[in-house]
Design a protein around this ligand. Structure first.
Ligand SMILES: *[C@@H]1O[C@H](CO)[C@@H](O)[C@H](O)[C@H]1NC(C)=O
Length: 308
């Protein structure tokens, strides 16, 4: 693969240490990057390897994060990293926590069960019988997937893409326009046995990552791709086949892939105001801060939190 890259402002990359970082990150196998290198781009927040991951999906509602973080304080858990996305009416979040007193992972099974139970109570509140929600604890032993990759998986499992149905009243199901001007067009190439997937959307950082996540979640393998950006627009073209080799002609599968691609691209988009805050950490900071948002009638559509 050949990638032509600029920095986020569109400028040529000249910083030698950044170039070195990119090289090492691409060449290293998982976890193989030395510590200094990993810490180098300052704002990168990576959960600790020993943190317990609390993964939740539910209906979105005001105050959800504020309540979750208050419960975690009560349970003596320190949040080290947190990410949350909302899409349509759904919300997905991952909180990485460690023991607030001793640090390190929480391993006592009774305590873990208690954390699970308390979080379930918070998350399932305001859900009607039969409405979808989930709370899952992943201990460090299981190994952590990249946090944004995991958010995509959680939202996909939660079927948030269903909300992309009918974003655009007209059009056949194979050609769909998203709510945020994302167009997906899938053509089948019968002789060769693959699909040609065209995605046109606004260009932004991590677009390629988000698109490939959707293809991977639906078990498609890319064997040829062309990606180009022109001004604010990005055009992506993928030649894909299902992992097990067959390419179905079923309209429903093409339609599902279309919806999932739109969802994956829109999850990260927020029309809101971005607030960047850096402060001395203390017990209960997140819960206090998010309560202020809630009391002022603000809702959070995307969150990224790290501690150092
Ligand atoms: C948990 O967080 C509090 C507040 O930031 C801090 O004082 C305490 O040392 C943390 N615990 C551990 C084990 O790092």
């Amino acid at each position: 693969a050949v990638f032509h890259v600029t920095d986020q402002l569109g400028n040529k990359i000249t910083d030698e240490s950044l170039i070195l970082y990119i090289q090492q990150a691409l060449c290293a196998s998982r976890g193989g990057i030395s510590k200094e290198v990993r810490l180098c781009p300052g704002r990168n927040v990576t959960p600790g390897l020993k943190d317990l991951a609390l993964e939740m999906t539910s209906k979105d509602r005001p105050g959800l994060v504020s309540e979750i973080s208050a419960v975690l304080v009560e349970l003596g858990c320190n949040i080290t990293t947190a990410v949350a996305w909302t899409h349509g009416t759904r919300a997905a979040s991952i909180f990485y926590v460690e023991d607030g007193l001793e640090g390190g992972p929480i391993t006592d099974p009774i305590r873990l069960a208690h954390v699970q139970e308390q979080l379930e109570n918070v998350v399932k509140a305001h859900h009607e019988e039969g409405e979808k929600w989930s709370v899952r604890l992943t201990t460090p032993a299981g190994g952590h997937t990249h946090k944004e990759r995991r958010l995509h998986q959680l939202m996909y499992a939660d079927e948030d893409y269903e909300s992309c149905r009918g974003c655009d009243g007209s059009g056949s199901s194979a050609h769909k326009k998203g709510c945020d001007r994302t167009h997906v067009y899938i053509e089948s190439c019968k002789e060769k046995g693959y699909w040609i997937v065209n995605v046109r959307s606004r260009d932004r950082p991590k677009l390629l990552f988000d698109t490939v996540c959707a293809l991977t979640d639906l078990q498609y393998v890319v064997f040829h791709a062309v990606v180009a950006s022109r001004g604010t627009l990005a055009d992506q073209e993928y030649f894909v086949r299902h992992k097990d080799g067959y390419t179905s002609n079923k309209e429903s599968e093409r339609h599902k892939l279309t919806l999932c691609l739109i969802a994956a691209i829109e999850r990260r988009i927020s029309q809101g105001l971005m607030l960047d805050l850096c402060a001395k950490n203390r017990m209960g900071l997140l819960s206090d801060m998010t309560r202020v948002f809630r009391e002022n009638g603000l809702s959070m559509s995307r969150i990224e939190i790290g501690t150092r």
